[in-house]
Design a protein around this ligand. Structure first.
Ligand SMILES: [Zn+2]
Length: 114
């Protein structure tokens, strides 16, 4: 049985948290380290319609709010994060299973509520 979409989003957030523990993440908007931990939010980098993991970027809560619906060009921080996240997901058996689910149903909005 495939994971429910809420589990899918929760699992993605768990992965991003563990990445942050291994090596503190930088904000893709201001490119500064995200500290304290509570400032971490997941930004829809290229707009809210795209819920793939490739569209998730770590950002300070205040940077994310200031950015709103603007679409910013990629930068070294955002490109490096996407590469690192996809490498993590490729090694994750739970994620591989969940990829069989309808990914368009995965909602990154859930990430910021949990
Ligand atoms: Zn920031």
């Amino acid at each position: 049985m495939l994971p429910h979409r809420r589990e899918f989003a929760t699992h993605l957030k768990r992965i991003i948290k563990s990445m942050h523990r291994q090596k503190p993440l930088a904000c893709s908007i201001c490119q500064q380290r995200i500290e304290p931990w509570e400032q971490l939010t997941i930004d829809h980098w290229r707009g809210r319609h795209d819920n793939r993991p490739e569209n998730a970027q770590p950002a300070h809560h205040y940077c994310n709010q200031r950015k709103g619906n603007q679409i910013l060009p990629d930068n070294p921080v955002s490109l490096a994060f996407t590469q690192r996240l996809l490498a993590e997901l490729a090694q994750d058996p739970y994620w591989q299973l969940a990829e069989g689910a309808d990914n368009t149903d995965n909602n990154l909005d859930l990430l910021n509520r949990e």
